[in-house]
Write a protein that binds this ligand. Structure first.
Ligand SMILES: C[S@@+](CC[C@H](N)C(=O)[O-])C[C@H]1O[C@@H](n2cnc3c(N)ncnc32)[C@H](O)[C@@H]1O
Length: 274
């Protein structure tokens, strides 16, 4: 069994930070070893240094392989239910009245940033389908991005074990998913066509189209170095339409929100209207 030396850990820690923004603390060393070991075997390599040198030689293409290996993809549909209650009970009525006053001139754009295997993005599409007036729900688009190509591939398949869907509101599972013979549930085409999945690194410029009506970037920054987190918050806030909403994870509240950003509910922020 391969062991990672202090210097090999330092090389990977710095590389991961540079490519993904994720800060690997010393206690993550065993996790990193366990995640990378299968990659060493797959490449028939005998040391972590050899694998590091290989990744470095890939240049920017290393990011996908590295992200597949080091990211944490824990997620589920309707994660943190109080935030979905707030989205449906407070944000949606505001969008409905805005749509009425602008005669539907602006397409509501939602972004699940760091969407992992897609449950959060499908939850957005379900919330809209179930709680927005039909015409507005049809206009709505969800962009869902993640740095991990493997997570995005799974997201596009839209196939989940029941545990990942257990928090959905009553009846939503049968309305939006079909049961498969192997016990998984498959997102129905009407749900899948509402969501566009893309591989995207949040350290790179924000994907077009902007501005977004709602951005969910939940349980992503918690893994980032502080300076990276601050830069990302600034960019996410800039990508919001005036009056747009930013949802962070429950433990990611902003102690010092950027100018023009108001705290509206636990880990929920709104860009001020002009
Ligand atoms: C714990 S999951 C959160 C999923 C979902 N947002 C939720 O709250 O359930 C964190 C996700 O962030 C992604 N991630 C980490 N660093 C990233 C980066 N630099 N750019 C884009 N996504 C990143 C990971 O690949 C992982 O899928």
């Amino acid at each position: 069994m391969f062991e990672m030396s202090d210097s090999e850990f330092a090389l990977f820690r710095d590389f991961v930070l540079e490519m993904t923004g994720i800060l690997l603390r010393p206690e993550k060393r065993t996790l990193l070893e366990n995640r990378l070991r299968p990659r060493l075997r797959a490449h028939a390599m005998t040391s972590y240094l050899e694998y590091y040198t290989h990744l470095r030689s890939l240049g920017p293409d290393a990011v996908g392989e590295l992200a597949n290996a080091v990211t944490t993809d824990t997620t589920e549909c309707w994660r943190s239910p109080h935030q979905w209650d707030f989205l449906i009970g407070t944000v949606f009525p505001i969008l409905v009245s805005q749509a009425a006053s602008t005669a539907g001139s602006r397409t509501p754009l939602f972004w699940s940033a760091g969407c992992s295997t897609g449950e959060e993005a499908y939850s957005l599409a379900i919330a809209a389908a179930e709680s927005l007036p039909t015409a507005l729900a049809r206009q709505m688009q969800v962009l869902a991005t993640d740095i991990s190509p493997r997570a995005i591939e799974k997201a596009g398949q839209g196939r989940y074990r029941p545990a990942r869907l257990a928090k959905l509101p009553p009846g939503a599972l049968a309305r939006h998913f079909t049961p498969e013979p192997d016990g998984t549930w498959l997102a129905k085409p009407a749900l899948r066509e509402r969501v566009i999945f893309r591989v995207q690194n949040l350290l790179e410029p924000t994907p077009a189209p902007v501005p977004f009506t709602v951005i969910l970037c939940r349980n992503v920054m918690i893994y980032f170095a502080e300076a990276v987190r601050r830069r990302l918050v600034d960019r996410l806030c800039e990508a919001l339409a005036p009056g747009g909403w930013l949802f962070l994870g429950p433990s990611e509240m902003l102690l010092d929100p950027p100018a023009g950003i108001e705290h509206r509910a636990p880990s929920v922020y709104r860009r001020s209207l002009p």
